[in-house]
Design a protein around this ligand. Structure first.
Ligand SMILES: Nc1ncnc2c1ncn2[C@@H]1O[C@H](COP(=O)(O)OP(=O)(O)O)[C@@H](O)[C@H]1O
Ligand SMILES: CC(=O)N[C@@H](CCC(=O)OP(=O)(O)O)C(=O)O
Length: 289
């Protein structure tokens, strides 16, 4: 494995190996605690270029006895293909307006490109991953909530059984955010919402969103390490939380009913998952009631 180097806040140069040793020193009680616990990790499309490091951490988590489940997005990749195909890209409150042609592209990119890419890469790295989406085994049932958005699903239920079966057999499930409508149509669902409902259905211990920001930021750009539900709703009303952060925070708030710990962390940061799970300080923003 190639060693990469980064800097501590004090400016010291540290290697990946040094960092891992440092993290592991603090980690032992957390490792014990997480054995047998389900962790739902959502990898945003904005952060897919860092997928190798994220998969490495997920494979380690599995080896340490935790049950990680990866839910992925792919928004920027879908945008790129829509542009290549001269199709318009339009979002309303962070949700893609999805007509029939757009839905075809969404399915091809999420399943053919991203899901399979993640599964192949984890296999290359020694992990055993299986790719699936919400329509497999009727896992994610949804309905069209707003006709103006087209084929966009609002989730009715998530059956945890397919993912639980894979976890039991030693696999890392990699889930693409599509769902099945009442009439058997495929629906495009925001990946943050799929991750939140999946975490609830699985009784997950933690739900962690990896995005391309340090966490939830104030209007002046500084990081909020903890955000309460009432505060989050106010930040949305004030427009401080906008765009793709709206479904993410809404998903966090929904998940809090069933999942004890919900975090938004910086997926660009090396080994951020290990930092969040195995250090006292944690990482990013923790959402609390
Ligand atoms: N208050 C905020 N704090 C942090 N990010 C915010 C905030 N409001 C809006 N954003 C935007 O939300 C983006 C993350 O959402 P999104 O692009 O959907 O990412 P992902 O692909 O990881 O789901 C950030 O890149 C940032 O531009
Ligand atoms: C309805 C809706 O918006 N679906 C999303 C699904 C992918 C996604 O959520 O990707 P990110 O996690 O990268 O945002 C979309 O079409 O972009």
């Amino acid at each position: 494995m190639a060693i990469s180097f980064s800097r501590t806040p004090e400016g010291d140069v540290i290697s990946d190996h040094h960092l891992i040793a440092q993290v592991l020193g603090e980690a032992l009680p957390y490792i014990d605690f997480l054995k047998g616990k389900t962790l739902v990790i959502k990898l945003g499309g904005s952060t897919l270029e860092h997928q190798r490091g994220v998969l490495q951490d997920i494979i380690w988590l599995r080896a340490l006895g935790a049950y990680p489940v990866l839910v992925h997005g792919g928004g920027p990749y879908i945008n790129e293909w829509l542009t290549k195909l001269n199709l318009p890209t339009r979002f309303v409150n962070g949700l893609r307006v999805t007509d029939a042609a757009t839905l075809d592209v969404v399915r091809m990119v999420l399943l053919g490109q991203i899901n399979q890419g993640l599964v192949l890469m984890s296999s290359q790295m020694g992990g055993k991953a299986i790719g699936l989406c919400g329509t497999d085994g009727g896992m994610v049932r949804a309905h069209i909530s707003d006709e103006r958005l087209g084929f966009v699903g609002e989730i009715d239920s998530v059956d945890p059984m397919p993912v639980e079966a894979l976890l039991k057999e030693g696999f890392i499930p990699v889930v693409a955010p599509l769902g099945e409508g009442p009439d058997g149509t495929c629906l495009n669902i925001n990946a943050d919402l799929v991750a939140a409902h999946m975490a609830g259905a699985l009784n997950a211990e933690k739900l962690i969103f990896l995005s391309n920001v340090a966490g939830i930021c104030r209007a002046d750009g500084t990081l909020m390490t903890e955000v309460r539900e009432s505060e989050a709703r106010q930040l949305i009303d004030d427009g401080v939380i906008s765009g793709g952060m709206i479904p993410k925070v809404t998903a966090c708030l929904d998940a809090l009913a069933a999942v004890p710990r919900v975090h938004i962390v910086d997926g660009r940061e090396s080994h951020v998952l290990l930092r969040e799970l195995f250090t006292d300080k944690g990482a990013g923003t923790m959402i609390i009631r």
